[in-house]
Write a protein that binds this ligand. Structure first.
Ligand code: GDD
Ligand code: MG
Length: 373
């Protein structure tokens, strides 16, 4: 039996300053081929890199004066897109690991020389969390670590977290097998951590925060606090969940982004578009700036045309996501697919549900890619 914890009186918080670390170094293998040239943190959601939805949240916390992106996979692509953080609205710094250090090793590596409280975000979670409330809880409880939990139907793909009635974490079990599932609360991939607890993480070693650091806090009876959030939460790390994120934003199940507060079935144009008078739209749909829709084309519902996409005469595009500058020629049919950037579908091609085309793919005229769903 672990003794109840009352907080650590030795912790002296500097309330003025916090750093945020976004873990953005994974390979994004489940999202291939989309992530072959576009690392997961910058895959577009509508026309914005995904991680901007996270920096939007981090800006809620006035004490955060810098966001550190912890990277190793294709850091140059991320840096080229995000720069110093002007568009993100917060100063961004890059820490590139010499090799993947795992989630724990990466946090330690990224926070070298930092004594202030650190807010960590997994780089693939879309959420409406109230971060200020999380930080408040961490401070009120004088916690060594605070973790956000979210309820899910099936915890097996996540870190299962058991708590007690006082809101302390009692057990952390990464990727539990079916017979190990004892509750529905999982690690949402958002933590507030005191860097002095990183003493147990070896330097420059592949080390998992989920499999080693969190269990060790429980074993040593340190003040490890759970913040349960019942708002919107999604890990966008699989194609189905990447598509779901768009659907949830367009239908406002997740009340963020360009559709927030709009009427249902909105056709959102992010900038000037060239749309034929008899093109038909079934909202909700998103049209990136500079998209072109030809005569008699039918777009939607739940469809995204990235900036500069072109849809030819009589083509049908529904429940589909097209990244920027993709061209769908006349009379094509695209249903339930994701097409990377600069793809080219020649006329009368048909793409079916569940298909994912990597960027720069070309499909010949009259070809059929039926899909699996
Ligand atoms: N810098 C760096 N280095 N980042 C990494 C590394 C690494 O070696 N390995 C993974 N990451 C980043 C990924 O880019 C991602 O943003 C985050 O760490 C989590 O990795 P995933 O590969 O997406 O893990 P997961 O989804 O299977 O599980 C994690 O997230 C779940 C919530 O979505 C765990 O934290 C689970 O406990 C949690 O429930
Ligand atoms: Mg993930």
């Amino acid at each position: 039996m672990v003794a109840p914890r009352s907080g650590d009186a030795r912790i002296c918080y500097n309330p003025a300053v916090m750093k945020a670390v976004i873990l953005a170094g994974g390979f994004g293998t489940r999202l291939r081929p989309l992530t072959l040239d576009t690392p997961k943190p910058i895959v577009p959601i509508f026309d914005r890199p995904f991680l901007y939805y996270q920096t939007d949240l981090l800006r809620q916390v006035p004490e955060i004066d810098e966001v550190i992106l912890s990277l190793n996979y294709r850091p140059d692509h991320i840096e080229a897109r995000v720069g110093t953080g002007t568009e993100a609205g917060v100063p961004v710094r890059y820490i590139v690991e010499p090799e993947p250090l795992g989630t724990g090793g990466a946090i330690k590596y990224a926070s070298r020389g930092i004594d202030d409280t650190i807010l960590v975000f997994n780089g693939d979670v879309l959420t409406t969390i109230d971060l200020q409330a999380v930080v408040r809880t961490h401070r009120e409880r004088r916690a060594r670590a605070t973790i956000v939990l979210t309820p899910v139907e099936n915890p097996s793909a996540y870190g299962l977290v058991e708590t007690d009635e006082q809101g302390n974490v009692r057990r952390f079990l990464e990727k539990p097998s079916p017979d190990e599932i004892t509750c529905d609360t999982i690690n949402a991939g958002i933590y507030v951590l005191e860097p002095e607890t990183f003493d147990r993480i070896p330097d420059d070693t592949h080390w998992s925060i989920e499999r080693k650091y969190f269990p060790s806090l429980v074993e040593r009876s340190e003040t490890f606090v759970a913040y349960i959030d019942r708002g919107y939460w999604l890990d966008i790390g699989t194609p189905a969940d990447y598509v779901r994120a768009h659907r949830d934003l367009m239908t406002q199940r997740c009340p963020l982004g360009p559709f927030a507060g709009e009427r249902t079935a909105t056709v959102h144009k992010a900038g000037p578009c060239d749309v034929a008078a008899d093109a038909q739209f079934d909202g909700p749909c998103f049209l990136g700036a500079g998209s072109v829709v030809g005569p008699g084309a039918r777009i939607g519902p739940e469809t995204v045309l990235g900036p500069g996409c072109q849809v030819g005469a009589g083509a049908v595009v529904e429940h589909a996501i097209l990244w920027r500058d993709t061209i769908v020629d006349a009379e094509c049919v695209v249903r339930g697919a994701v097409l990377g950037a600069r793809c080219r579908l020649a006329h009368h091609a048909e793409i079916g549900p569940g298909v994912i085309l990597g960027s720069d793919s070309t499909i010949g005229a009259h070809s059929r890619v039926p899909g699996t769903r």
